[in-house]
Ligand binder design. Structure first.
Ligand code: GLU
Length: 470
């Protein structure tokens, strides 16, 4: 294994040095501490022993910073919060198309233990209700219960960044009393949605639900999703980004049972709750939240957990549909000749360059490159297209370059090449260069330069050589 499993409390916690973020968490925790609404789940007898007073909040940033208050280190069973993560494992095991043939992605508007299936396809509605989760768990590969649970536990541990254990008593308690889930599994067997290892699938499902976590673990799990599947504490990739996208999609539409619509309206974060009292919520690219408070509302969601997430979303403006318009991508734009490099040339070179002062267009870029910012850049380039012979994109201030930006830049390269105008990429981060050099994409040798200056020199050399040729 290529991971460092961190112990609980690993990561850079700032619990002892309160700053504005921790101050807000403490304030929220304090104001909801006395709220005793809700009832601890008791349909799994062992869960009824939970102390209703326990209350913890943790927030982990997508780069691995932890904030925590209250009982954020107290262990409880993950229950349904395992569902989206195990769904990710099923996607990794079988691919999207196959998993979709077994479990839908439609919000059911039903309670978590609903026994209703999609009548047209006989599939459970989605992987977040028990029926869909049992069918998802049935897809987990492995030879026998122990091996399969080993894989599930390894996955959940990698998400949390530490080795997680299972609560044997909660597992056995649900195994003995989970008749409704057993009935769901039999129906799925009847419809041919799960294979004959019905008891094994159910045991695996009950075991995954009985894995012990803390609110801190939940925040790290959520931050791993926020970080596109790479655990920000261990640096380990847990799930591929395309599976994370699918997981977040179902969390967004179905994660909070029959409260999912209202939740996505008011809180606006992909989330999942569990009857153990936990909730995770994810703001993609930014942070993960984990809350723990055992008393549940009548929909099976942690009462105080919901209040906390509502308030955090409100106070930090975390709603995924809060629109952040794209930042300015072109920091400055100039032509060689306006720059300061030509004075290094000797007299005859300067003379050769004098006639073509504006042949080299330089765009200094900043921020992230994705569809909206690259599209703006392309429009600016297109407007100037007739006037330049060389185009230099200077990216030394650029951050992330996504796949859409890479595709558009490749197309720009091809268009310019067809017009006989070289495109030079200067100061692109090494990782971006590696990504741009995807197999099959033929970038000319003279495309990548360490800096705008070396790229300009290359263009000038061509102009000088061209001038003396002619
Ligand atoms: N193990 C629980 C069940 O299947 C999970 C339910 C939940 O957390 O919502 O009933």
């Amino acid at each position: 294994m290529d991971e460092r499993i961190a112990s609980p409390g690993a990561g850079r916690s700032v619990t002892d040095a309160p700053g504005p973020v921790l101050a807000v968490l403490r304030d929220i925790h304090q104001r909801h501490l006395a709220d005793t609404s809700g009832t601890v789940a008791s349909y799994i007898p062992e869960l009824a022993t939970a102390d209703p007073a326990l209350f913890g909040i943790a927030l982990a940033t997508a780069d691995g910073h932890l904030y925590e208050v209250g009982d954020a280190g107290h262990c409880f069973t993950i229950q349904s919060i395992s569902k989206p993560l195990v769904y990710g494992l099923a996607l990794a095991d079988h691919g999207r198309a196959f998993v979709l043939s077994k479990v839908g992605v439609e919000p059911s508007g039903e309670a978590f233990n609903s026994i209703i299936f999609d009548e047209r396809t006989n599939r459970p509605f989605n992987p977040m209700v028990n029926a869909g989760a049992i069918a998802t768990t049935a897809l987990i590969r492995g030879d026998g219960l122990a091996a399969r649970f080993g894989r599930v536990r390894a996955l959940l541990s990698a998400f949390a960044g530490r080795e997680l254990e299972m609560d044997e008593r909660v597992f056995l308690s649900e195994r003995e009393t989970g008749h409704r889930n057993r009935a769901i599994a039999w129906l799925e067997r009847h419809f041919g949605m799960i294979d004959e290892r019905l008891d094994e699938h159910l045991d695996l499902y009950f075991q995954q639900c009985a894995v012990l976590v803390t609110a801190r673990d939940l925040a790290v799990m959520a931050a791993t999703l926020a970080n596109a599947g790479r655990n920000p504490l261990t640096g380990r990739r847990v799930l591929a980004p395309e599976h994370v996208r699918d997981v977040l999609s179902v969390m967004h539409s179905c994660g909070m049972y029959d409260y999912a619509g209202e939740w996505s309206f008011s809180v606006g974060l992909p989330a999942k709750s569990g009857v153990g009292g936990g909730i995770i919520a994810v703001l993609p690219g930014q942070l993960g939240i984990g809350t723990f408070s055992p008393p549940l509302d009548d929909r099976g969601n942690s009462h105080r957990g919901i209040r906390v997430c509502e308030e955090l979303s409100d106070r930090f403006d975390l709603h995924v549909f809060a629109v952040h318009p794209p930042a300015t991508v072109i920091r400055q734009q100039y032509r060689d000749g306006e720059g300061c490099f030509r004075h290094r040339r000797n007299d005859s070179e300067q003379a050769a360059l004098a006639g073509c002062a504006t042949a080299i267009a330089v765009y200094e870029l900043q921020g992230d490159l994705y569809f909206a910012t690259v599209e703006r850049l392309l429009r600016a380039v297109q407007a100037e297209f007739p006037d330049f012979a060389f185009l230099i994109l200077d990216a030394h201030r650029v951050g992330r370059i996504d796949s859409s930006a890479r595709r558009l830049l490749t197309m720009l390269l091809e268009m310019l090449a067809a017009a006989g105008k070289p495109l030079l990429l200067a100061g692109f981060p090494e990782e971006a260069v590696a990504q741009l050099l995807q197999p099959g994409e033929a970038w000319p040798a003279d495309t990548f330069f360490a800096s705008a200056e070396t790229a300009l020199t290359w263009c000038e050399d061509r102009l000088i050589a061209g001038g003396s040729d002619g």
